[in-house]
Design a protein around this ligand. Sequence first.
Ligand code: CTP
Length: 401
Amino acid sequence: MLKGRRIVLGVTGGIAAYKAAELVRELIRRGAEVRVVMTAHACEFVTPLTFETLSGHRVATDLFYRTGDYTMDHISLAEFAELVVITPATANVIGKLAAGIADDLLTTALLAMPAPVLICPAMNSHMYAHPAVQANLARLASFGYTILAPGTGELACRTTGQGRLPEIHEIAEEIESLLTVKDLTGERILVTAGPTREPFDPVRYISNHSSGKMGYALALMAKRRGAEVTLVSGPTALPAPQGVQVVQVQTALEMRAAVQDHFKKATVVIKAAAVADYRPVDCARQKMKKKDGALQMELVCNPDILAEICKNKGKRIVVGFAMESEDLLANAQKKLLAKGMDFIVANDLTEPGAGFNTDTNIIRILDRQGGTESFPLMDKLEVAGVILDRVNKMRTQEKRG
Ligand code: CTP
């Protein structure tokens, strides 16, 4: 989602400088254009050649570098950047930036920089805890810089404490967030995701193939766009989206209780979960033993969580999903009207790229006014984007009256 975004990466002289090379790769993988500035101390840890090769551009290291055409690196970098990230940021560069010192290319460029700045400190835990460093970070925050606090764990100096550079995917996610327009600020969005599991003995359950990817993508995109997000998730193999409150559940009844708990304060509810329609009437205490012949099991219908919440929906925007294997539009239309949501996102699991466990989806959005909009095959994060655009459009129309 960083396609075409222009990022300047400042690398300063700490041992975590080697990890900054991975950040270049990750940002490029996400579609960004990256220019790297290294301090003299950073060049002691990693050579500019590494970053030149990975970024595909000359690495700027010298304030007095003569380009021959009278362009000045610190100004052209400031003009280029949509965002600057300093990874790792040493105590030294944090101190210099806090004091407004500009004695090398990176610190000079930062003073000329109108773009948002992300600082990723990494150092020994005592250095990080030092009041001078903490005061300097607080000062940088007061300039509007974003500080990504270091992680706690084993440090390169063979001690344990707070000072580790956050994981590369965490830094990349913070960059994604900083570069996303905050058009959902003020919304409290409740998303459900994944399958539910309905046990019938301590080791077995009834479930479905839902991976949870669509719901997790929605939660992540809503958070990037400024919403406060709660994700009620059935069991999945996915990591918790950064900055999202995750409530883990197993069964449909647990999901219903969690949704009811968080429904009151929600302004938007998006129900992407594939809730099991039935659960076994009984769950045996001990593992059921195999017997000859067929097994009969009595199932009871689970409550329809979406239909229940729609009865008290008030001014909330409620979005449902319909995953079908036949008569997509007719079935989706029926669910939209029967359950009472604002719009439904329909997909046909027999279409290549739109089934279970894929990173893509092909959706149609059906609304209560009878409108249907079709979208091409898209990445699930892009699909999440168009669903949230629709939520936003409804809210804007509602505000206009
Ligand atoms: N849903 C729900 N609670 C249920 C079943 C479904 O909240 N017990 C929600 C899903 O999260 C989804 C929508 O209802 O947003 C449609 O779910 P789907 O499984 O497609 O439809 P069902 O109503 O279960 O109908 P069917 O299984 O017959 O297609």
